[in-house]
Design a protein around this ligand. Structure first.
Ligand code: TXA
Ligand code: MG
Length: 350
């Protein structure tokens, strides 16, 4: 683990990490969303190491990270006009674009699809590493497959110690949830995964944007041929059972959370409650392990703390996590998507 300055990444350390990438190794590095596990996207054996280290199902393709818009041209067949507009508006930043792949991208990176996912992160350490490596970097989130994405280098170490070559440590990430995945091979464009770029912002720039039904799904859905294979894999699952309580009024949600928590506690289970700043005083901290995600009036605070808090509750050894649902505005959409998946769609309506 190498500590790097997040504002002015140390050139020597970036060089060392880039050498690992160029030599076909794996480097975990910070992005503005979550930590990624990187390898040379154009080197088949290197990308294979990512799948191995994460124990990732081989049918789940990997996002290719670039440090400039120009690199997109070598990775894709053609860059539609809409893509240029979107890159102009949102890059660098937490938005991944799905485009037709060129033959330069190895099949292992795209998991055999004819499309490629590309994003230009805004984190200075990520940009410096990609640039210095001189090659686009394939990087999924740096967690063991099925675990919550890592928002700190300690999370990466916990999941991948001994399985990868290097971790660049620049402290906790800002956004806390992964990038928004936007499919530009369909018209109108479609969000396959809600994330760090709010849906409302996409609509503002693009006009019509669809949400894939799985983005807002409230139950397990059979998808014929998932366009984003990651959609069908179990995701963001803490070890504890998660119950998600959704409703329109905070009063109603809190009442239901207390009822469910008390039921589990009386059967001898250790119960964690995922609350918000507005509701945290309403729970009994003697009986439950209560954590707040942040303020309901600031959905980006909820996103920032989500994965860390899920891991903390797991570390506390709870058997059950009862989570409050939040509003779907802004980053709230990504937070609810992750919570619903983490609960395995174990959703109770208040
Ligand atoms: O913020 C992020 O996106 C982070 C950081 C490290 O950049 N990366 C990340 O990667 O979350 P990962 O592998 O955990 O999630 C990538 C998602 C998966 O759901 C995958 O199925 C989807 O993107 N994906 C990748 N390539 C695709 C493609 N060609 N078509 C459709 N979906 C694709
Ligand atoms: Mg992931």
């Amino acid at each position: 683990m190498l500590r790097v300055d997040r504002e002015e990444p140390d050139v020597e350390k970036i060089r060392l990490a880039a050498d690992v990438i160029r030599n076909g190794g794996t480097v975990a590095f910070p992005t503005e969303t979550v930590y990624g596990l990187g390898a040379d996207a154009l080197n088949q054996e290197a990308v294979m190491k990512i799948f191995k280290a994460k124990m990732r199902p081989p049918d789940n393709p990997i996002i290719v990270h670039v440090s400039s818009k120009d690199e997109v041209y070598t990775l894709t067949e053609k860059v539609p006009e809409s893509a240029l507009r979107i890159m102009e508006a949102f890059w660098p930043g937490p938005l991944t674009l799905i485009l037709k792949a060129s033959t330069k991208v190895p099949r292992i990176t795209t998991a055999g699809l004819d499309t490629v996912a590309i994003r230009m992160p805004s984190h200075k350490v990520a940009l410096a590493l990609i640039k210095e490596s001189g090659t686009p970097i394939a990087a999924p989130s740096a967690n063991l497959s099925g675990k919550p994405s890592p928002t700190t280098p300690e999370h990466v170490l916990r999941d991948l110690d001994g399985r990868i070559d290097l971790i660049l440590d620049a402290g906790p990430t800002d956004v806390g949830v992964e990038s928004t995945v936007l499919d530009l091979t369909v018209d109108p464009p479609q969000v396959l995964r809600p994330g760090g770029t709010p849906y409302e912002d996409l609509v503002e720039v693009l006009g019509e944007v669809r949400l894939h039904p799985l983005v807002t799904a409230e139950r397990e859905m059979g998808v014929e041929k998932p366009r984003s294979p990651g959609m069908k894999h179990k995701h963001y699952a803490p070890a504890a059972e998660v119950v998600l309580v959704e409703g329109l009024s905070l009063d109603g949600i809190v009442r239901k959370v207390r009822e469910i928590a008390s039921m589990h506690a009386s059967s001898g289970k250790r119960v964690g409650i995922l609350a918000t700043d507005e509701s945290i005083p309403l729970y009994d901290v003697e009986t439950y392990i209560v954590k707040s995600l942040g303020s309901r009036s600031d959905p980006s605070s909820l996103a920032k703390n989500l994965f860390r808090t899920l891991r903390e509750l797991d570390d506390a050894g709870v058997d059950v996590i009862v989570a409050e649902g939040v509003g779907m505005k802004g980053l709230g959409l990504a937070v609810m998507n992750r919570l619903r998946k983490a609960s395995g769609y174990n959703i109770v309506k208040a």
